[in-house]
Design a protein around this ligand. Structure first.
Ligand SMILES: [Zn+2]
Length: 384
């Protein structure tokens, strides 16, 4: 992870770089993070910079052997500790070393945008209380008494250190106070009130501020180049500087828009079919392709799609029976609904019944490819 790819304010990066250039790196730092911060990325970027063989004034080189190892989080002087618990594969005495492959994989897959909730999902430890435990603390202390592998810094990153098991913490105090050799400890947490004051008092505080709306918009634009400016702006405003949240909102939106498009294509095809329009207008192959996409996405998506049809039918009913003021849809949806003004109360009631039957069959684990094909012709039958 290079500084250039870390999503925090440039000022903060500069502040950390200055520490390095002026040889006044505090050997124990506490990164006070905010939800959705790129705090873990920042910690790794700092570690990578310290170990890089050809750093520039502003960043690690990204290509030297040390940087290459960092890109896989496998540098021998990088030690990562994180809340852990027994899992399906680690049945007893879990610790951060045993679970390191899973954690590194998790970090890289999520592009360093990691949250405790997502990590809990990986651990399948929802009912457990993962912690940085007593074995982790012993490992840190033992490691710290050894020389670094590459002759430079040994860096210890303790992620979500608020989950440091309290009775294990005193073991660490001496190491934090008088670390061996060139060591850097970076403790990361969003919850300083849950950390022992004796730990906090031994670290230098580095506050990682929320992203501004502008920084968040730039980051979203970089991640999703197709997204339009208005959408970016709307998402940034409601995301409160939280990149993970912004991305989630965008992805949910994108899924929703895709399903609306499928509804549009399906209904347009059904109307063309009912009115015996030419085959290319019916375009049934396209409908089948779109159904195929939904079927592949699993039962929850399939149900969500039928529920979307039901919601659109309710709004169609309002629109077509003189209660347009009760229609609650987005601009995109409104444009689609206006194409189907000739559907009347009887049509829509029958269609609603068919959708409810389809939902019932999906819930009963029916063959969904068949259910959607069937639904198409049933809906057409309702309009005839
Ligand atoms: Zn390098």
């Amino acid at each position: 992870m290079q500084f250039k790819d870390v999503l925090v304010s440039p000022k903060l990066k500069e502040q950390l770089l200055n520490q390095v250039h002026e040889h006044r790196i505090s050997h124990a730092q506490f990164f006070l993070a905010q939800p959705g911060n790129h705090a873990f990325a920042l910690a790794v970027a700092l570690a990578q910079y310290l170990c890089c063989e050809h750093p520039t004034d502003t960043d690690s080189c990204g290509t030297c052997p040390s940087c290459v190892q960092f890109s896989k989080l496998s540098h021998p002087d990088l030690h990562i500790y994180f809340p852990n618990c027994n899992t399906k594969t680690i049945k007893k005495d879990s610790d951060s070393i045993l679970l390191a492959p899973e954690f590194k994989d998790f970090v890289i897959k999520n592009n360093y945008h990691i949250t405790m909730q997502d990590w809990l999902n990986v651990l399948e430890g929802e009912n457990k209380q993962p912690s940085i435990n007593i074995r982790d603390c012993s490992n840190i202390i033992n490691h710290n008494s050894m020389r670094s592998y590459m002759g430079g810094y040994k860096v210890y990153i303790l992620w979500a250190v608020d989950r440091l098991y309290h009775s294990a913490a005193p073991k660490l105090l001496k190491t934090l106070e008088e670390p061996d050799g060139q060591s850097l400890f970076i403790l990361i947490s969003e919850k300083p009130d849950q950390i022992l004051s004796t730990i906090l008092s031994r670290t230098q505080l580095v506050k990682i501020p929320r992203l501004t709306d502008e920084e968040l918009m730039d980051a979203l634009k970089a991640a999703e180049p197709d997204i339009d400016d208005q959408t970016i702006h709307d998402i940034a405003v409601i995301s409160e500087g939280n990149y993970n949240k912004a991305l989630q909102i965008y992805q949910d939106n994108a899924e929703q828009r895709e399903m609306i498009d499928t509804f549009d294509t399906m209904m347009t095809s059904i109307m063309a079919f009912v009115h015996q329009r030419p085959l290319e207008e019916i375009n049934y192959a396209q409908v089948q392709t779109l159904f195929g996409v939904i079927v592949k996405q699993g039962r929850e998506k399939q149900k969500a799609f039928v529920e979307l049809i039901l919601r659109m039918l309710r709004n169609l009913l309002m629109q077509n029976t003189g209660s347009a003021n009760l229609v609650k849809v987005t601009d995109q949806e409104s444009g689609i609904l206006s194409k189907f003004k000739n559907l009347n109360l009887v049509h829509i009631t029958k269609m609603t019944e068919e959708c409810n039957k389809a939902l019932y069959h999906i819930n009963r684990n029916g063959n969904t490819a068949l259910i959607f094909t069937d639904l198409y012709f049933k809906l057409a039958g309702c309009v005839k």
